[in-house]
Design a protein around this ligand. Structure first.
Ligand SMILES: [Zn+2]
Ligand SMILES: [Zn+2]
Length: 342
């Protein structure tokens, strides 16, 4: 079968790989679509994880082979192939936090095991990691499950209360999902900060009441936020994946408010602990998602309660992953999510 093999920084090519075979508890999925994530960009351009492996952790497809003991699934089922780790047995998996699975980095397709930028992919803990895609949900929508469920988990773990004022920094895939979900969850008013014009338009279409360009606003940004919310927004979500953006979020949230770290940027940020303490600013981080959030995402998609318009910017063949995927996503910041169709 064909697969994109990552062999080092800016070194990946389509090669022939042996066809995976499902052992007990495992499944082989014929990949329908595989989304390119910011994480894949960090891997390809910065070598975030050691090669060699096949990237791609945002996968949808059809079960082509089932090992023994995988109840509840059949060959031919359309599935989303899931979140990090999720062994179903460790402390975190049995205490409602499968996203923190101790085997997270031993059992994640596309990060530590071969992923979905390939014709077929082996899923190790099939019962924990596969979610059936409802008949009326297209692969183009279902491939966004990883993105939407990540925002959904963060929001469901946050202090958000009905009627809160919310600010979202960054309107990429996660930010756009967060805007819509904050509204679904009962936020009174949402402001989005985004520097790319096309993404500002999508933020407005996703339900943001006010969309601002933080660079154009410059020093005036704080005043604009004060006009909207007085003391500041109750909750601020960092979705840009930049340390600078997290710093801005901490600045803008009202005293006693909460900052949600969803973007998880890789650069260092200096914080004055006393300033967090004096203002009683809460800082909450959230990683990926678990079964609950994946299933709820698929429910929302099936019921038409979550709109994906504009979130999938393009679908490309496997052979074009580097040029039309990684390189184009880096060069053209108006793109939201691009998916590979092997
Ligand atoms: Zn992802
Ligand atoms: Zn576990």
């Amino acid at each position: 079968m064909k697969a994109l093999l990552y062999e080092g920084v800016e070194n990946a090519s389509v090669v022939d790989r042996p066809m995976p075979k499902a052992g007990p508890g495992e499944a082989v999925v014929k990949i329908g679509l595989c989304g390119i994530c910011g994480t894949d960009m960090h891997i390809y351009f910065e070598g975030m994880l050691p090669p060699p492996f096949v990237p791609g952790h945002e996968n949808v497809g059809v079960i082509s082979e089932l090992g023994e003991g995988v109840e509840g699934f059949a060959v031919g089922d359309r599935v989303v192939a899931g979140p990090p780790g999720n062994c179903g047995r460790c402390f975190y998996c049995t205490h409602g936090r499968p996203n923190l699975c101790v085997d997270g980095f031993g059992n994640t397709n596309g990060l530590t095991r071969d992923g979905g930028m390939a014709e077929y992919m082996l899923v190790r803990d099939a019962r924990q990691m596969l979610y059936k895609v409802p008949d009326n949900v297209s692969f183009e929508d279902a491939v966004l499950t990883d993105t939407i469920a990540t925002a959904l988990r963060a929001i469901s773990q946050s202090d958000l209360a009905l009627g809160d004022n919310v600010l979202v920094s960054g309107a990429g895939p996660i930010g756009l999902a967060a805007i819509q979900l904050f509204k679904l969850a009962g936020a009174r008013h949402v402001t989005a900060l985004e520097i790319v014009p096309e993404k500002r338009a999508l933020a407005a279409a996703s339900g943001a009441d006010v969309v601002l360009d933080p660079v154009a606003e410059g020093e005036g940004l704080r005043g604009r936020i004060a006009e909207l919310y007085g003391h500041g927004p109750d909750l601020v979500a960092e979705c840009a994946g930049k340390a600078q953006s997290l710093g801005l979020c901490i600045d803008l949230v009202r005293n006693g408010g909460q900052v949600l770290n969803i973007g998880a940027g890789g650069e260092p940020l200096s914080i004055v602990p006393a300033m967090l303490a004096v203002r009683e600013v809460g800082l909450k981080s959230s990683l990926a998602y678990g079964a609950q959030e994946a299933k709820l995402t698929l429910d929302y998609l099936a019921a038409g309660r979550f709109k994906t318009d504009g979130m999938l910017s393009g679908v490309i063949p496997l052979a074009d992953t580097v040029e039309q995927g990684f390189k184009r996503l880096k060069a053209d910041r108006s793109l939201v999510k691009v998916a590979v169709k092997p």
